[in-house]
Design a protein around this ligand. Structure first.
Ligand code: TYM
Length: 333
């Protein structure tokens, strides 16, 4: 069955292995299936929900675009664009925010995490950010949205917003409630320094994550220093429950080598971590460092990257414009 795919990544720098295994690797697989229509967005409007340096933001937009292409997304097949170039995203977000109850937004756990202790100081944009995400998805009638586990709640909200709009304005199935595509087992990659914390671009320790721009030596060093426990690797899945670091490293190995966790446990069960670490470092550096090299190469050709974004924005605009015109007609403008 053909799928309409939409997903986005924030251009906030330090794209890491969690972004790759949780999202971008799946974008590439979906891009490679000729039956799918894919749209991948550099969500710069989302990025400004927290303060950004303007020169750095510009750089990060191009770096995220380069990461998509270097990872294997083909810009002549899939649409790649940056959100701020298509005005319907912001317009749709306003309309949808007017039908979204505050109670729904109050339940978003990511806002609570990101706003931290001093919620009064968080921007209004950070608070309504999930509505902008709903607008992104619903403007394109996306049927499937590949994301990591941390975005699941936002996708549930998107479905609720779509259904509420259709009900409020009596327009059955005008906005299409999308399905999340979340890879079982590998949708939440954890920090290399603490198996209970998500791998994140904002972690102050660079050793906690593998950046997609890391060199081979940096990758090897980070895996060498990754936290483990003192027991040998178990052979059964069940025994991983109270061992988050072991579970994370085995999960990363399974995902990057496209095999099930059970197969990885068969391979490493009973062995010690040095064995897993040396093989993991090798497979990761073989997979990630060519992407890193390609990102650097693409960043030398800014003209090409800007061309990809402009071409993508024109195509995205054609689709989104039709939807927003119809949306405005439905609400009585
Ligand atoms: P962002 O930019 O934080 O992350 C991009 C993608 O990477 C996934 N991800 C992870 N997956 C597994 N383990 C991790 N440690 C990890 N860290 C990040 C995220 O789940 C995400 O899929 N709101 C979104 C961007 C967005 C979007 C959209 C996504 C805006 N509009 C429309 C889908 C559809 C975000 O901030 O992702």
């Amino acid at each position: 069955m053909s799928k309409k795919i939409f997903s986005g990544v924030q251009p906030t720098g330090n794209l890491h292995l969690g972004n790759y295994l949780g999202a971008i690797k799946n974008f590439v697989e979906l891009n490679n299936d000729n039956q799918n229509e894919c749209i991948f967005c550099v969500v710069d409007l989302h990025a400004i929900t927290v303060k950004q340096d303007k020169d750095q933001l510009k750089k990060n937009i191009l770096e995220t675009t380069a990461t998509f292409i270097a990872s294997g997304i083909n810009p002549t097949k899939s649409i790649i664009f940056n959100q701020s170039k298509v005005h319907a995203h912001a317009e749709g977000s306003w309309i949808l925010s007017c039908i979204s109850p505050m109670g729904w937004l109050n339940r978003m756990t990511q806002f609570k995490d990101k706003a931290g202790k001093d919620k009064e100081k968080a921007s209004v944009g950070l608070y309504i950010y999930p509505v902008l995400m709903a607008s992104d998805i619903l403007l394109y009638d996306a049927t499937h949205v590949p994301v990591g586990e941390d975005q699941k709640q936002h996708l549930e909200l998107t479905r609720d917003i779509a259904n509420k709009f259709n009900k409020d304005f009596d327009c059955h199935n005008f906005l299409k409630a999308p399905e999340p595509l979340i890879k079982k087992n590998f949708s939440r990659i954890m920090s290399l320094k603490d198996g209970l914390k998500k791998m994140s671009k904002s972690d102050p320790s660079d050793l906690s994550r593998i950046n997609l721009t890391d060199t081979k030596d940096e990758i090897i060093n980070k895996i060498k220093k990754a936290k483990t426990d003192s027991l040998p690797i178990p052979s059964e899945n069940e025994k991983l429950k109270s061992r988050p670091e072991a579970e994370n490293l085995l999960g990363i190995y399974s995902s990057i080598s496209n095999q099930t966790l059970d197969k990885t446990l068969d391979e490493f069960g009973g062995k010690n971590f040095s064995n897993l670490k040396s093989q993991l470092a090798e497979i990761l550096s073989n997979k990630i460092s060519p992407i890193s090299d390609e990102i650097k190469k693409l960043l030398n050709d800014k003209e090409y990257l800007n061309k990809v974004l402009t071409h993508g924005a024109n195509k995205a605009d054609e689709i989104a414009e039709k939807k927003i015109i119809e949306m405005k007609r439905i609400i009585g403008f």
